[in-house]
Design a binder for this molecule. Structure first.
Ligand code: 5GP
Ligand code: MG
Length: 466
């Protein structure tokens, strides 16, 4: 099965990163705080690496509070550091694969954390293996570090920002990555030249920080927040920071799912507030309803469907209500290996409020339908609570193509929209009707030619395949 192989090969890594330098005390608690705010980006494992000259890592499977408990935090000294939360994968969960990945080379420590995937990693790994190199993990991070060491062949303290950038650009130019590199008394961060994934910088009273999303800076005394643009990076030392452009931005290709599904509503991703995007998507989704469409209540599929349902309700004047409570103690785990487990997960994640549902014509709004697992399980719940009608709406257009860049979209055949009409989908998930946002409408929300929408189009991935 494609997705199994993909997981084993670690082609997909969709994660959260946080790092920097702090002026007061040790940086470890700041990193933990930042990672907690990025927890939605990854719940499989978490890690922090801190120090000045020398580095120490704590990493474990599980949520941030579990993986990095307070006693572990006390053992982490130093003013520089990087941290990582890892998105759920079901393949290889060896501890060696948890990031940050730290190694020692020529007597100096260097560590790396990254979000995204570098599509050439597999080939580079094979090349290295043919010349007798051994890898301790199956993650891309080790391949990147090894590639850097091979190119630079000098102490990490002597690595220059530009030469690291050049090496990344030469070897991983087809990648979708944001990389944090921790060298003695220095942090360097890079965003690939397509800019698939977001990277933000904050100058705060407490220090200089980089993160996947600006929500991670909330609570710090922020002076200035700057988006690191595609093909840009930043070098942070104890006295200073410098944002640098290392190459020409290519066809900028920001992932629309960062806005639709992945990021926190608080964040401003690619200069656009995520919550506002979701409201707007909900509003324009209503524009394509038939004139005589009516419903009694608009119910969101939490969490990412929330803003969308609010927007839909505002535009339609159909009253908004919760109807389904999301159990916050359940993880976001849409990527379970078996269908039965995925269905069970949805049943455990959502709890219906019967009084809102009974006898009602419901319009149910979610950010996306991928396999259709979430919607079909929820519709069963709504029906068993006495819903009169259930109309399923998705603010994402039909997803008909796979994604190799990190948002986890399975094989085409598993995609519910791939070969089915709206009516057939409705039948499969048990809805009275189904509607998706028309693809051309996306332009009203995602302006310009800087967005990756390959998953909504046929045959677009080929040219990018590793
Ligand atoms: P389905 O249950 O239809 O297979 O997947 C859609 C649901 O999974 C939505 O509620 C969406 O919020 C959630 N989801 C979790 N992870 C992902 C992901 O990586 N991509 C997308 N598009 N949706 C995801
Ligand atoms: Mg969802």
């Amino acid at each position: 099965m494609y997705s199994m192989n993909v997981k084993k090969d670690k082609i997909k890594e969709e994660c959260g990163i946080f790092g920097g330098f702090c002026t007061q005390g040790n940086i470890a608690p700041y990193i933990k705080c930042g990672l907690l705010k990025l927890q939605h980006r990854g719940q499989e494992a978490a890690g922090i690496c801190c120090g000045n000259e020398q580095q120490k890592v704590v990493k474990n499977n599980g949520l941030v509070n579990f993986a990095i408990d307070n006693s572990a935090l006390k053992n982490l000294d130093g003013k520089f550091g990087i941290g990582h939360v890892r998105y759920s994968t079901f393949g290889d969960d060896r501890k060696e694969n948890i990031q940050p990945l730290k190694i020692t080379y020529m007597g100096e420590d260097v560590s790396l954390a990254h979000n995204g995937n570098v599509s050439q990693a597999k080939k580079i790994r094979e090349k290295f293996e043919r010349i007798g190199e051994v890898f301790l993990s199956s993650s891309d991070s080790e391949v990147i570090l090894k590639r850097l060491i091979f190119s630079l062949k000098k102490k990490p303290s002597l690595w220059k920002f530009e030469e690291v950038a050049q090496c990344l650009d030469n070897n991983f130019s087809l990648g979708a990555y944001c990389i944090l590199l921790f060298l003695p008394n220095r942090i360097m961060a890079y965003r690939d030249s397509f800019g698939y994934r977001p990277l933000m910088f904050a100058h705060c009273n407490e220090g200089f920080f980089v993160a996947s999303e600006d929500v991670a800076f909330y609570g710090l005394n922020v002076r200035k927040i700057i988006e690191i643009m595609p093909a840009q990076g930043i070098e942070i030392t104890k006295d200073n920071y410098e944002i640098k452009t290392f190459s020409k931005a290519k066809n900028v290709c920001q992932c629309v799912f960062e806005q639709i599904y992945f990021s926190s509503p608080v964040s401003n991703i690619f200069s656009q507030n995520v919550y506002s995007t979701r409201i707007k998507l909900g509003e324009i989704l209503y524009e394509s309803e038939d004139k005589d469409f009516i419903a009694d209540v608009a119910i969101p599929v939490m969490d990412s469907g929330l803003g969308c349902a609010i927007g839909y309700s505002r535009a339609s004047k159909i009253p908004f209500d919760l109807g389904l409570i999301r159990n916050n103690w359940m993880e976001r785990s849409f990527i379970q290996p078996q269908q039965e487990k995925r269905s069970l997960n949805v049943r455990q994640k959502f709890i219906p409020i019967k009084s809102i549902i009974e006898g009602k014509r419901i319009v149910l709004i979610d950010d996306s339908l991928v396999r259709g697992t979430t919607s079909s399980e929820i519709i069963k719940m709504l029906r068993s609570c006495g819903a009169k009608e259930v109309h399923m709406r998705s603010v994402s257009p039909r997803i008909i193509n796979t994604c190799i860049w990190g948002v986890d979209i399975p094989t085409r055949k598993e995609l519910i929209s791939y070969d089915k009409s709206d009516e057939q989908i409705a039948l499969q998930i048990g809805a009275d009707s189904v509607k998706f946002l028309p693809q051309e409408k996306l332009r009203e929300v995602f302006l310009g030619d800087v967005w990756c929408k390959k998953c909504f189009k046929e045959d677009e991935n080929e040219i990018f395949l590793p």
